[in-house]
Design a protein around this ligand. Structure first.
Ligand SMILES: Cc1cc2nc3c(=O)[nH]c(=O)nc-3n(C[C@H](O)[C@H](O)[C@H](O)COP(=O)(O)OP(=O)(O)OC[C@H]3O[C@@H](n4cnc5c(N)ncnc54)[C@H](O)[C@@H]3O)c2cc1C
Length: 249
């Protein structure tokens, strides 16, 4: 089985977000980047699948500049065999999907796993556009996946129920928690981190380097002035506010 995992490299969720150049550019100064959490579940699923099916190869791919390589190395430490970086700034979901669709050998993968959405720009479009470009089956959001020969049996959660879907490979899925649980996420040990340095990280040049979307201005949501922050240690003030002011308890 040949598995490709799409990695979006995103700011750590605790990062302080700010903009520069008249609010037209994201300010990456001091930002610590991580694997987008949704595909971390997908990558852990792939590594667990490989443990049971050792002939499997797992490749991770990102569209991004050189700073994304630390995160790709972490993916290799988690258990991917090879990493690919398409050397261009990720500009928008459409161009990212186009770059991946044009990667040489993209049609050699049986399963392409992405996240439900990238937590930076939350477009939720890359996996769908990629599946459409390749004319592959597509399941989103996929919360369980079993492979039986060349067939996939997957579950997707809808608002009120679960759907069970069976289809043929090749397949693109967009994952989230459920495909593995949080407790099953793979945390690489020191040996795996050292070993990841010996694994291949291929850099390929962009075929397009073209944005489909132009950002005119970023704006932070205005602060809700009704919200009153109470220090976590100040239980008396919290009880007073809930009991006397809000009359909730
Ligand atoms: C310095 C910097 C500047 C950026 N500027 C912009 C900008 O101006 N406008 C903008 O829209 N975005 C920008 N991005 C974000 C980046 O372009 C996003 O990765 C891309 O736009 C996809 O966003 P999305 O929300 O549509 O992805 P989604 O469709 O929500 O992502 C779904 C899944 O697709 C896969 N995926 C997403 N992005 C990538 C990727 N880059 N490589 C491989 N797989 C991926 C992941 O599996 C992800 O879970 C910037 C990122 C950086 C680091």
């Amino acid at each position: 089985m040949n598995i490709l995992v799409l990695i979006s490299v995103v700011p750590n969720t605790t990062s302080k977000i700010s903009f520069k150049d008249n609010d037209t550019l994201f300010d990456s100064e001091g930002i610590n980047y991580i694997i987008n959490p949704y595909e971390e579940f997908g990558l852990s699923w792939a590594v667990k699948y490989k443990e049971k099916n050792p002939e499997t190869t797992i490749t991770v791919i990102t569209v991004g500049e050189v700073f994304t390589e630390n995160v790709l190395r972490k993916c290799l430490a988690i258990g991917a065999d090879k990493a690919v970086r398409i050397n261009v700034q990720a500009k928008d979901g459409f161009s990212v999907a186009n770059e991946i669709a044009a990667y040489d050998g993209i049609n050699t993968y049986d399963i392409i796993i992405g996240g439900r959405e990238s937590i930076d720009y939350n477009g939720g479009m890359v996996t769908g556009i990629l599946a459409a470009s390749l004319s592959y089956n597509y399941i989103n959001p996929c919360t369980s996946l079993e492979i039986n020969e060349k067939r996939a049996i997957a579950t997707r959660d809808t608002d009120y129920h679960k759907e069970s879907i069976e289809c043929e490979l090749p397949l693109v899925i967009a994952t989230q928690k459920g495909i593995v649980e949080e407790s099953e996420l793979i945390i690489p040990n020191m040996r795996a981190i050292m070993g990841s340095k010996q694994k291949p990280l291929e850099v390929v040049e962009s075929k397009f380097d073209k944005a489909n979307v132009t950002i005119e201005k970023y704006e932070k949501p205005s602060l809700n002035t009704q919200t009153k922050f109470i220090d976590a240690d100040n239980i008396d003030e919290l009880v007073e506010a809930l009991h006397k002011k809000e009359k909730l308890i």
